[in-house]
Design a protein around this ligand. Structure first.
Ligand code: F6R
Length: 248
């Protein structure tokens, strides 16, 4: 794992956006795995600005998102589809048919999970997967204990994840109980992974991730087994990693 230290959230976002832009310019038909949540908001903002000012084109880009809530229609403001439209897709020249998220409204969710796995294969796999990390170490919605062999699957959200995501909803009661997420093995099959981490609230999980052996209780620790992972983390998120390594 390569770790790049950013000064703060803006610096992390700028560095991440630059990394993505280089990939978009380099590859003939890049497949980007995308994440939602608070962490990539700044990255998407820089991508929007860059498209406006420097005209980076996304007409040849394909995207697959990590996850989607179950039971929230795509046009509902809380769906991850709406998030992606608002933060990125509506502002760049990517064809709508190139953008993919799991269908959380599918009648047969198990068939939907298979469809999504097949789709990723059909696209030729993910060239660059963008990830955030949950405070419990989850990646996508793969909560602690998820088998490393998991493919795209239906998950019951833990109460800690529901609470963490309640800030985007009117109340905790309206946060969905289920989601469809890429599995850990789906994520690990990506050719390259870019993990973004920001803020003091992520310092504890970063220290755990970097100082402990790979284990199922910290799903993100599986990334140590991938040959091409880049972590862009800001100083606040790295504070405890440094403090603990100094005390050895
Ligand atoms: C988002 C996702 C999640 C988030 C994680 C961190 O698509 O799959 O794993 O990346 O929960 O969320 P934030 O960035 O809000 O701290």
């Amino acid at each position: 794992m390569k770790i790049i230290e950013a000064r703060n959230y803006h610096d992390m976002s700028q560095k991440a956006a630059q990394f993505i832009i280089e990939k978009v310019n380099l590859l003939a038909s890049p497949v980007l795995g995308l994440a939602t949540g608070g962490t990539p908001l700044g990255t998407y903002k820089y991508l929007r600005e860059d498209h406006l000012n420097h005209h980076t084109s996304y007409s040849h880009v394909y995207t697959v998102n990590l996850d989607e809530y179950v039971g929230i229609p795509p046009d509902n403001e809380h769906s991850y589809f709406s998030y992606m439209k608002k933060q990125l897709f509506d502002h760049i020249d990517i064809p709508r048919s190139h953008t993919h998220l799991p269908d959380g409204m599918a009648k047969d969710l198990s068939a939907e999970c298979h469809r999504y796995e097949d789709l990723i294969k059909l696209l030729g796999g993910i060239d660059l997967q963008l990830l955030g990390i949950g405070m419990n170490g989850h990646i996508g919605f793969n909560e602690p204990g998820t088998p490393f062999s998991s493919k795209t699957h239906l998950v019951e959200l833990t109460s800690s994840t529901r609470k963490a995501n309640a800030r985007y909803f009117d109340s905790l009661a309206t946060v969905p109980f289920q989601a469809v997420t890429m599995g850990i093995s789906t994520i690990m099959e990506s050719k390259q992974i870019l993990l973004l981490v920001s803020g003091a609230k992520k310092a504890e999980i970063m220290a755990k991730l970097l100082n402990e052996e790979t284990n199922k209780d910290t799903p993100a620790s599986v990334l140590k087994r991938h040959q091409d992972v880049i972590i862009i983390a800001d100083s606040d998120a790295l504070a405890l990693v440094k403090e603990r390594s100094r005390s050895y």
